[in-house]
Ligand binder design. Structure first.
Ligand SMILES: [Fe+2]
Length: 303
């Protein structure tokens, strides 16, 4: 009996070591083709990054982000939770490097505003991480982060709309701040999306179904979100167990439609990034590698 307990403890320690040291640093680039453009349009390469949760010293994460410019994306979308430490802004911006010279869009996640607090790491698995009501004053340099991305020319889409040119396309963009901490204000951006744009893009940190319903009703073609970490701890063949928000585990990451079950051929495509990092207080990923995604948008009639 004692021998079995020792074997089980050793296996558990080995699994934790793998999830913390190896898989957490085993970055993947996911590629998807999304048939969402008008007939005849040239493909558009969109790099979607999310949830870096950067702390100083994460050299492998920084070098993976540095490598992404080589993909030559036409547009970069950052769906938030970029930082997890007061000193992370500069390293994050330096890692983005030439990506900042490309057209870009960003929204914030709660972790850009509030520093991570120690908690039971297993908490991730059984309850959501809605901010404690006592924390109302952001203590991370989210404004400095946002101002730097905006100064580089990226569109701040936190409860804002905008128009950008990427590749040869005229793109209408709207986004919301993080609904997970009740900072989303969809009413401020609510309006039927412009049918004359080549693409209508909605951006949000947390893929909350009620918020995505509103983007869908306003005629958006493509929604990009993060926040879920793809479940972070997944079971092989089963996938995510939790999403930390209202979306179901089946759509915790990857390319789907919204709503999930609907016959409307015009309903938006949804890409949820499993993200690049984790909270420093839950530093593991299991069967859910950290990732960035390259979405190649192509004409609808090629899909
Ligand atoms: Fe996150």
């Amino acid at each position: 009996m004692r021998r079995q307990a020792l074997i089980a403890a050793a296996a558990g320690a080995g699994l934790l070591g793998y999830a913390t040291v190896i898989e957490r640093n085993w970055f993947a680039l996911r590629r998807f083709e999304v048939p969402v453009l008008p007939s005849g349009a040239r493909p558009l390469r969109v790099l979607h990054i999310s949830d870096a949760h950067l702390t100083p010293g994460r050299h492998r994460l920084l070098s993976f982000i540095r490598s992404l410019d080589a993909l030559q994306p036409d547009l970069v979308v950052n769906t938030g939770d970029s930082i997890a430490h007061p000193d992370a802004v500069l390293p994050f911006l330096e890692a983005l490097g030439p990506l900042l010279d490309r057209p870009g869009v960003f929204v914030y996640g709660s972790n850009d505003l509030y520093s991570p607090k120690p908690k039971n790491p297993a908490r991730y698995l059984w309850r959501d991480s809605t901010l404690h009501p006592s924390r109302t004053h952001p203590d991370l340099p989210w404004a400095e982060l946002g101002a730097s991305m905006e100064a580089a020319g990226w569109l701040d889409a936190n409860n804002r709309r905008g128009r950008i040119k990427a590749g040869e396309l005229d793109i209408e963009v709207a986004g919301v701040h993080d609904s997970h901490i009740h900072r989303d204000r969809y009413d401020e951006i609510a309006r039927q999306a412009d049918p004359s744009a080549d693409l209508r893009l909605g951006v949000l940190h947390s893929p909350e179904p009620e918020v995505m319903d509103r983007f869908a009703a306003d005629g958006y073609d493509l929604l990009l979100a993060g926040h879920t970490h793809g479940g972070q701890v997944c079971l092989p063949r089963v996938g995510a167990l939790v999403t930390n928000c209202g979306i179901e585990p089946e759509r915790a990451s990857g390319l789907h439609r919204h709503p999930a079950h609907d016959d409307d051929p015009k309903r938006p495509w949804l890409h949820v990034s499993a993200g690049l990092g984790t909270s420093p207080w839950a530093p593991f990923r299991l069967a859910c590698r950290p990732e960035a995604s390259l979405l190649t948008l192509v004409p609808r009639d090629r899909g």
